[in-house]
Design a protein. Sequence first.
Length: 59
Amino acid sequence: MDEFIYLDPTNVNEFFGSKPEKKNTNIVPIILLSLAVIVLVAYNFYQHKKNIKEKEKSN
């Protein structure tokens, strides 16, 4: 059991390149929400253009 290596927090921080804070996890939901908003806006714009074309055809 002498081969067990204890990872101390300073070595873990150096290994991952940054402190294990919640900064990385907080970015993900923001990106997902912004993508969802962009998709909704684009879809609404597409529907709006489609409705305009249908109105022009009916006139």
